[in-house]
Design a protein around this ligand. Structure first.
Ligand code: PMP
Ligand code: GLN
Length: 385
Protein backbone atom coordinates (compact mmCIF):
# COMPACT_ATOMS: atom_id res chain seq x y z
CA UNK A 1 0.00 0.00 0.00
CA UNK A 2 1.28 3.47 -0.84
CA UNK A 3 1.77 5.62 2.24
CA UNK A 4 -0.51 8.56 3.00
CA UNK A 5 1.09 11.58 1.32
CA UNK A 6 -0.52 14.34 3.36
CA UNK A 7 0.66 15.77 6.67
CA UNK A 8 -0.31 13.42 9.48
CA UNK A 9 -0.27 15.96 12.34
CA UNK A 10 0.09 13.12 14.84
CA UNK A 11 -1.95 13.70 17.99
CA UNK A 12 0.48 11.58 19.98
CA UNK A 13 3.82 12.60 18.57
CA UNK A 14 5.95 11.16 21.37
CA UNK A 15 3.91 8.04 22.06
CA UNK A 16 5.66 4.79 21.29
CA UNK A 17 4.39 1.21 21.25
CA UNK A 18 3.42 0.17 24.79
CA UNK A 19 6.34 -1.25 26.74
CA UNK A 20 4.18 -4.29 27.62
CA UNK A 21 3.73 -5.16 23.94
CA UNK A 22 7.41 -4.50 23.24
CA UNK A 23 8.71 -6.74 26.04
CA UNK A 24 6.21 -9.54 25.43
CA UNK A 25 7.12 -9.39 21.72
CA UNK A 26 10.81 -9.70 22.58
CA UNK A 27 10.12 -12.52 25.05
CA UNK A 28 8.31 -14.45 22.31
CA UNK A 29 11.03 -13.79 19.75
CA UNK A 30 13.79 -15.04 22.06
CA UNK A 31 11.76 -17.74 23.84
CA UNK A 32 12.38 -16.02 27.19
CA UNK A 33 10.58 -16.64 30.50
CA UNK A 34 8.08 -13.80 30.34
CA UNK A 35 7.66 -11.89 33.60
CA UNK A 36 7.16 -8.62 31.74
CA UNK A 37 3.54 -7.89 30.77
CA UNK A 38 1.20 -8.39 33.73
CA UNK A 39 -0.86 -11.50 33.18
CA UNK A 40 -1.19 -14.83 35.00
CA UNK A 41 0.14 -18.00 33.35
CA UNK A 42 -2.18 -20.31 35.29
CA UNK A 43 -5.74 -21.34 34.37
CA UNK A 44 -8.80 -19.40 35.46
CA UNK A 45 -11.67 -20.92 37.44
CA UNK A 46 -13.46 -23.84 35.72
CA UNK A 47 -16.68 -22.71 37.34
CA UNK A 48 -16.36 -19.31 35.73
CA UNK A 49 -15.67 -20.86 32.32
CA UNK A 50 -18.72 -23.09 32.80
CA UNK A 51 -20.86 -20.06 33.61
CA UNK A 52 -19.73 -18.22 30.44
CA UNK A 53 -20.36 -21.36 28.37
CA UNK A 54 -23.76 -21.77 29.97
CA UNK A 55 -24.79 -18.22 29.13
CA UNK A 56 -23.46 -18.43 25.58
CA UNK A 57 -25.35 -21.69 24.99
CA UNK A 58 -28.47 -20.22 26.55
CA UNK A 59 -28.58 -17.44 23.97
CA UNK A 60 -27.09 -14.50 25.86
CA UNK A 61 -25.12 -13.38 22.83
CA UNK A 62 -26.58 -10.02 21.80
CA UNK A 63 -25.78 -6.50 22.97
CA UNK A 64 -25.80 -5.97 26.69
CA UNK A 65 -27.42 -2.76 27.93
CA UNK A 66 -25.15 0.29 27.58
CA UNK A 67 -24.84 0.49 31.36
CA UNK A 68 -24.09 -3.23 31.78
CA UNK A 69 -26.35 -6.14 32.73
CA UNK A 70 -28.54 -5.55 35.81
CA UNK A 71 -27.31 -8.66 37.59
CA UNK A 72 -23.68 -7.61 37.41
CA UNK A 73 -24.32 -4.03 38.53
CA UNK A 74 -26.30 -5.38 41.50
CA UNK A 75 -23.54 -7.85 42.36
CA UNK A 76 -20.91 -5.08 42.25
CA UNK A 77 -23.04 -2.90 44.48
CA UNK A 78 -23.22 -5.73 47.01
CA UNK A 79 -19.47 -6.35 46.74
CA UNK A 80 -18.67 -2.73 47.63
CA UNK A 81 -21.14 -2.74 50.47
CA UNK A 82 -19.60 -5.94 51.78
CA UNK A 83 -15.98 -4.79 51.38
CA UNK A 84 -16.17 -1.09 52.18
CA UNK A 85 -19.61 -0.40 53.62
CA UNK A 86 -20.13 1.97 50.67
CA UNK A 87 -23.38 2.07 48.71
CA UNK A 88 -23.52 2.63 44.95
CA UNK A 89 -26.93 2.47 43.28
CA UNK A 90 -26.83 -0.33 40.67
CA UNK A 91 -28.76 1.67 38.04
CA UNK A 92 -27.58 5.20 38.64
CA UNK A 93 -24.03 4.86 39.94
CA UNK A 94 -22.49 1.75 38.36
CA UNK A 95 -21.46 1.08 34.76
CA UNK A 96 -19.80 -1.95 33.21
CA UNK A 97 -16.95 -1.30 30.78
CA UNK A 98 -14.73 -3.17 28.32
CA UNK A 99 -11.94 -3.41 30.90
CA UNK A 100 -10.17 -0.85 33.05
CA UNK A 101 -8.43 0.87 30.13
CA UNK A 102 -11.71 1.74 28.44
CA UNK A 103 -13.18 2.89 31.74
CA UNK A 104 -10.21 5.22 32.28
CA UNK A 105 -10.37 6.54 28.74
CA UNK A 106 -14.12 7.23 28.84
CA UNK A 107 -13.78 8.98 32.22
CA UNK A 108 -11.03 11.22 30.84
CA UNK A 109 -12.93 11.87 27.60
CA UNK A 110 -16.05 12.79 29.58
CA UNK A 111 -14.39 15.38 31.80
CA UNK A 112 -11.19 16.72 30.28
CA UNK A 113 -11.43 19.61 27.83
CA UNK A 114 -8.81 21.48 25.85
CA UNK A 115 -6.14 22.94 28.14
CA UNK A 116 -7.57 21.38 31.31
CA UNK A 117 -4.80 20.15 33.58
CA UNK A 118 -4.69 16.60 34.88
CA UNK A 119 -2.34 15.53 37.65
CA UNK A 120 -0.70 12.15 37.24
CA UNK A 121 1.71 10.52 39.69
CA UNK A 122 4.87 9.09 38.15
CA UNK A 123 5.83 6.38 37.58
CA UNK A 124 2.39 6.17 35.98
CA UNK A 125 0.47 3.43 34.19
CA UNK A 126 0.94 4.01 30.48
CA UNK A 127 -2.60 4.78 29.36
CA UNK A 128 -3.29 7.89 31.49
CA UNK A 129 -1.12 10.46 29.75
CA UNK A 130 -2.05 9.65 26.12
CA UNK A 131 -5.76 9.58 27.03
CA UNK A 132 -5.46 13.09 28.50
CA UNK A 133 -3.54 14.33 25.46
CA UNK A 134 -6.00 12.84 22.96
CA UNK A 135 -8.69 14.88 24.68
CA UNK A 136 -6.72 18.12 24.53
CA UNK A 137 -5.73 18.14 28.20
CA UNK A 138 -2.35 18.96 29.70
CA UNK A 139 -0.62 16.46 31.96
CA UNK A 140 1.01 17.75 35.14
CA UNK A 141 3.42 15.25 36.63
CA UNK A 142 3.73 14.65 40.36
CA UNK A 143 6.46 12.34 41.57
CA UNK A 144 6.19 9.30 43.75
CA UNK A 145 9.56 9.43 45.48
CA UNK A 146 11.95 6.53 44.88
CA UNK A 147 12.32 4.06 46.61
CA UNK A 148 9.11 4.22 48.70
CA UNK A 149 6.90 5.69 45.98
CA UNK A 150 4.76 7.68 48.43
CA UNK A 151 2.94 10.89 47.49
CA UNK A 152 4.97 14.03 48.17
CA UNK A 153 2.44 16.11 50.10
CA UNK A 154 4.55 19.26 49.85
CA UNK A 155 4.66 19.08 46.07
CA UNK A 156 1.05 18.14 45.25
CA UNK A 157 -0.67 21.34 46.48
CA UNK A 158 1.74 23.39 44.36
CA UNK A 159 0.55 21.60 41.20
CA UNK A 160 -3.10 22.50 41.75
CA UNK A 161 -4.57 25.67 40.23
CA UNK A 162 -7.82 26.89 38.64
CA UNK A 163 -7.11 24.88 35.47
CA UNK A 164 -6.77 21.56 37.31
CA UNK A 165 -9.67 19.35 36.26
CA UNK A 166 -8.67 15.90 37.43
CA UNK A 167 -6.28 14.02 39.69
CA UNK A 168 -5.58 10.39 38.77
CA UNK A 169 -4.57 8.05 41.59
CA UNK A 170 -3.78 4.35 41.50
CA UNK A 171 -3.73 2.04 44.51
CA UNK A 172 -2.36 -0.66 44.74
CA UNK A 173 0.07 0.89 42.35
CA UNK A 174 1.39 -0.39 39.03
CA UNK A 175 4.38 -0.57 38.48
CA UNK A 176 5.72 -0.09 42.04
CA UNK A 177 3.50 -2.23 44.29
CA UNK A 178 3.09 0.70 46.72
CA UNK A 179 -0.31 1.41 48.30
CA UNK A 180 -1.99 4.59 49.49
CA UNK A 181 -2.59 4.77 53.25
CA UNK A 182 -5.62 6.13 55.05
CA UNK A 183 -3.79 9.39 55.80
CA UNK A 184 -3.10 9.89 52.07
CA UNK A 185 -6.78 9.67 51.20
CA UNK A 186 -7.70 12.02 54.06
CA UNK A 187 -5.11 14.54 52.88
CA UNK A 188 -6.38 14.31 49.31
CA UNK A 189 -9.96 14.77 50.45
CA UNK A 190 -9.02 17.93 52.38
CA UNK A 191 -6.80 19.30 49.64
CA UNK A 192 -9.55 19.11 47.02
CA UNK A 193 -12.34 20.44 49.21
CA UNK A 194 -14.22 23.33 47.57
CA UNK A 195 -12.57 22.82 44.16
CA UNK A 196 -14.11 21.66 40.84
CA UNK A 197 -11.69 18.77 40.57
CA UNK A 198 -12.69 15.17 39.95
CA UNK A 199 -10.62 12.21 41.06
CA UNK A 200 -10.12 9.23 38.79
CA UNK A 201 -9.20 6.36 41.08
CA UNK A 202 -7.65 3.36 39.36
CA UNK A 203 -8.28 0.47 41.75
CA UNK A 204 -7.94 -2.47 39.36
CA UNK A 205 -5.71 -4.27 41.90
CA UNK A 206 -8.19 -3.68 44.76
CA UNK A 207 -8.07 -7.32 45.92
CA UNK A 208 -4.34 -7.83 45.38
CA UNK A 209 -3.09 -6.34 48.64
CA UNK A 210 -0.87 -7.99 51.22
CA UNK A 211 0.00 -8.18 54.96
CA UNK A 212 -3.70 -7.69 55.81
CA UNK A 213 -3.42 -4.04 54.77
CA UNK A 214 -6.85 -2.50 54.21
CA UNK A 215 -7.29 -1.35 50.60
CA UNK A 216 -8.02 2.37 50.89
CA UNK A 217 -10.64 2.81 48.22
CA UNK A 218 -11.92 6.33 47.55
CA UNK A 219 -15.40 4.99 48.34
CA UNK A 220 -14.47 4.78 52.05
CA UNK A 221 -14.16 8.59 52.26
CA UNK A 222 -17.58 10.13 51.56
CA UNK A 223 -16.42 13.59 50.51
CA UNK A 224 -13.75 12.11 48.27
CA UNK A 225 -16.20 9.54 46.87
CA UNK A 226 -18.56 12.34 45.85
CA UNK A 227 -15.93 13.70 43.43
CA UNK A 228 -14.52 10.32 42.31
CA UNK A 229 -14.86 7.85 39.49
CA UNK A 230 -13.61 4.51 40.78
CA UNK A 231 -12.31 2.03 38.18
CA UNK A 232 -12.17 -1.75 38.64
CA UNK A 233 -11.20 -4.66 36.35
CA UNK A 234 -12.27 -8.29 36.48
CA UNK A 235 -9.29 -9.13 34.32
CA UNK A 236 -7.12 -8.74 37.43
CA UNK A 237 -9.56 -10.18 39.91
CA UNK A 238 -10.31 -13.39 38.02
CA UNK A 239 -6.92 -13.99 36.34
CA UNK A 240 -8.58 -13.33 32.98
CA UNK A 241 -6.84 -10.29 31.48
CA UNK A 242 -8.08 -11.30 28.02
CA UNK A 243 -11.72 -10.85 29.01
CA UNK A 244 -11.46 -7.05 29.20
CA UNK A 245 -14.40 -6.54 31.50
CA UNK A 246 -14.35 -3.81 34.13
CA UNK A 247 -16.52 -1.20 35.80
CA UNK A 248 -16.86 2.37 36.96
CA UNK A 249 -18.53 3.59 40.14
CA UNK A 250 -19.43 7.25 40.57
CA UNK A 251 -22.07 9.51 42.06
CA UNK A 252 -25.05 10.02 39.77
CA UNK A 253 -24.10 13.37 38.25
CA UNK A 254 -20.58 12.20 37.40
CA UNK A 255 -21.94 8.90 36.10
CA UNK A 256 -24.36 10.70 33.75
CA UNK A 257 -21.44 12.48 32.10
CA UNK A 258 -19.34 9.30 32.05
CA UNK A 259 -22.12 7.48 30.19
CA UNK A 260 -22.36 10.18 27.54
CA UNK A 261 -18.78 9.38 26.53
CA UNK A 262 -18.89 5.63 27.23
CA UNK A 263 -21.85 5.02 24.91
CA UNK A 264 -19.95 6.35 21.90
CA UNK A 265 -16.63 4.74 22.72
CA UNK A 266 -17.81 1.17 23.11
CA UNK A 267 -21.56 1.33 23.93
CA UNK A 268 -21.64 -2.06 25.68
CA UNK A 269 -19.31 -4.88 26.65
CA UNK A 270 -19.33 -8.66 26.41
CA UNK A 271 -22.74 -10.05 27.41
CA UNK A 272 -22.17 -13.69 28.51
CA UNK A 273 -19.07 -12.74 30.49
CA UNK A 274 -21.03 -10.12 32.41
CA UNK A 275 -23.68 -12.68 33.39
CA UNK A 276 -21.06 -15.23 34.36
CA UNK A 277 -19.16 -12.78 36.56
CA UNK A 278 -22.34 -11.67 38.27
CA UNK A 279 -22.99 -15.26 39.40
CA UNK A 280 -19.39 -15.68 40.45
CA UNK A 281 -18.90 -12.55 42.56
CA UNK A 282 -22.09 -13.15 44.47
CA UNK A 283 -19.87 -15.52 46.45
CA UNK A 284 -17.28 -13.29 48.23
CA UNK A 285 -15.04 -16.34 48.76
CA UNK A 286 -14.28 -16.11 45.02
CA UNK A 287 -12.31 -12.89 45.49
CA UNK A 288 -11.51 -12.64 49.21
CA UNK A 289 -8.73 -15.24 48.92
CA UNK A 290 -6.76 -13.15 46.42
CA UNK A 291 -4.63 -11.13 48.85
CA UNK A 292 -3.30 -14.26 50.52
CA UNK A 293 -2.95 -16.09 47.21
CA UNK A 294 -0.78 -13.39 45.62
CA UNK A 295 1.11 -12.69 48.85
CA UNK A 296 2.24 -16.32 48.76
CA UNK A 297 3.37 -15.87 45.16
CA UNK A 298 5.23 -12.66 46.05
CA UNK A 299 6.91 -14.42 48.98
CA UNK A 300 7.89 -17.38 46.82
CA UNK A 301 9.41 -15.09 44.20
CA UNK A 302 11.21 -12.93 46.78
CA UNK A 303 12.52 -15.94 48.69
CA UNK A 304 13.98 -17.37 45.52
CA UNK A 305 15.51 -14.11 44.34
CA UNK A 306 17.18 -13.39 47.69
CA UNK A 307 20.14 -15.48 46.63
CA UNK A 308 20.70 -13.27 43.56
CA UNK A 309 22.56 -9.96 43.21
CA UNK A 310 19.30 -8.05 42.72
CA UNK A 311 18.06 -5.84 45.52
CA UNK A 312 14.39 -6.41 46.40
CA UNK A 313 12.15 -3.36 46.85
CA UNK A 314 9.07 -3.42 49.12
CA UNK A 315 5.83 -4.61 47.48
CA UNK A 316 2.49 -4.29 49.29
CA UNK A 317 0.07 -5.00 46.45
CA UNK A 318 -0.47 -5.77 42.71
CA UNK A 319 1.35 -8.73 41.17
CA UNK A 320 4.53 -6.85 40.38
CA UNK A 321 7.87 -6.91 42.19
CA UNK A 322 10.54 -4.29 41.54
CA UNK A 323 14.15 -5.44 41.58
CA UNK A 324 17.07 -3.00 41.77
CA UNK A 325 20.02 -4.07 39.61
CA UNK A 326 22.40 -1.20 40.46
CA UNK A 327 24.92 -3.60 42.01
CA UNK A 328 25.00 -5.61 38.77
CA UNK A 329 25.11 -3.07 35.96
CA UNK A 330 25.27 0.66 35.10
CA UNK A 331 23.23 0.21 31.95
CA UNK A 332 19.96 2.06 31.63
CA UNK A 333 16.78 0.13 32.37
CA UNK A 334 15.69 -0.33 28.76
CA UNK A 335 19.08 -1.62 27.60
CA UNK A 336 19.43 -3.86 30.63
CA UNK A 337 15.93 -5.30 30.14
CA UNK A 338 16.69 -6.07 26.48
CA UNK A 339 20.01 -7.64 27.48
CA UNK A 340 18.22 -9.89 29.99
CA UNK A 341 15.92 -11.18 27.27
CA UNK A 342 18.60 -11.73 24.65
CA UNK A 343 21.45 -13.02 26.80
CA UNK A 344 19.72 -14.64 29.78
CA UNK A 345 16.23 -15.56 28.50
CA UNK A 346 14.13 -13.63 30.99
CA UNK A 347 11.81 -10.69 30.27
CA UNK A 348 10.93 -7.91 32.71
CA UNK A 349 9.60 -4.39 32.24
CA UNK A 350 11.85 -1.34 32.63
CA UNK A 351 10.22 1.31 34.81
CA UNK A 352 11.66 4.30 32.91
CA UNK A 353 8.86 4.28 30.26
CA UNK A 354 6.43 5.00 33.12
CA UNK A 355 8.06 8.46 33.41
CA UNK A 356 7.57 11.18 30.75
CA UNK A 357 11.28 12.05 31.01
CA UNK A 358 12.34 8.37 31.21
CA UNK A 359 13.78 8.68 34.76
CA UNK A 360 16.10 5.79 35.36
CA UNK A 361 16.40 4.28 38.85
CA UNK A 362 17.99 1.00 37.74
CA UNK A 363 14.94 -1.04 38.60
CA UNK A 364 12.94 -3.56 36.60
CA UNK A 365 9.39 -4.79 37.19
CA UNK A 366 8.77 -8.55 37.36
CA UNK A 367 5.27 -10.06 37.26
CA UNK A 368 4.94 -12.88 39.81
CA UNK A 369 1.40 -13.94 38.78
CA UNK A 370 2.97 -17.19 37.63
CA UNK A 371 2.95 -20.90 38.38
CA UNK A 372 5.63 -22.15 40.75
CA UNK A 373 7.36 -23.82 37.81
CA UNK A 374 7.72 -20.47 35.99
CA UNK A 375 8.92 -18.73 39.16
CA UNK A 376 11.50 -21.50 39.57
CA UNK A 377 12.79 -21.00 36.04
CA UNK A 378 13.01 -17.26 36.70
CA UNK A 379 14.92 -17.82 39.94
CA UNK A 380 17.42 -20.06 38.24
CA UNK A 381 18.12 -17.34 35.65
CA UNK A 382 18.11 -14.38 38.04
CA UNK A 383 20.59 -16.09 40.34
CA UNK A 384 23.00 -16.50 37.42
CA UNK A 385 23.02 -12.78 36.53
N1 PMP B 1 -4.83 0.25 35.35
C1 PMP B 1 -3.75 -0.40 35.74
C2 PMP B 1 -2.93 0.17 36.85
C3 PMP B 1 -3.39 -1.60 35.13
O1 PMP B 1 -2.29 -2.24 35.51
C4 PMP B 1 -4.20 -2.10 34.10
C5 PMP B 1 -3.88 -3.37 33.35
N2 PMP B 1 -2.88 -4.06 33.77
C6 PMP B 1 -5.33 -1.40 33.74
C7 PMP B 1 -5.62 -0.22 34.38
C8 PMP B 1 -6.21 -1.85 32.62
O2 PMP B 1 -7.06 -2.86 32.95
P1 PMP B 1 -7.73 -3.75 31.79
O3 PMP B 1 -6.75 -4.79 31.41
O4 PMP B 1 -8.97 -4.27 32.45
O5 PMP B 1 -8.06 -2.82 30.66
N1 GLN C 1 -1.51 -3.79 32.77
C1 GLN C 1 -0.60 -4.77 32.27
C2 GLN C 1 0.77 -4.49 32.86
O1 GLN C 1 0.95 -3.56 33.57
C3 GLN C 1 -0.49 -4.74 30.77
C4 GLN C 1 -1.60 -4.14 30.03
C5 GLN C 1 -1.24 -3.98 28.58
O2 GLN C 1 -0.54 -4.79 28.02
N2 GLN C 1 -1.67 -2.92 28.03
O3 GLN C 1 1.66 -5.22 32.60
Amino acid sequence: MDLFQGNLHSKLLKTETSIFAVMTGLAKEYGAVNLSQGFPDFPISEELIDRVTYYMKSGFNQYAPMTGVDELRKAISLMFRHNHDAYYHPDREINITAGGTQALYAAIAAFVRKDDEVIIFEPAYDSYGPAVQLNGGIVKYARLEFPDFRINWDELPRLINHRTKMVIINTPHNPTGSVLREEDLIKLERLLEGRDIVVLSDEVYEHLIFENIQHQSVCRFPKLASRSLLVGSFGKTFHATGWKTGFVLAPENLMKEFRKAHQFIVFASNTPIQYAISDYINNPANYLYLGKFYQEKRDLFVEKVKASRFNILPCFGTYFQLLDYSSISDENEMDFAVQLVKEYGIAAVPVSPFYHNKSDNKVLRFCFAKQEETIDKAREILCRI
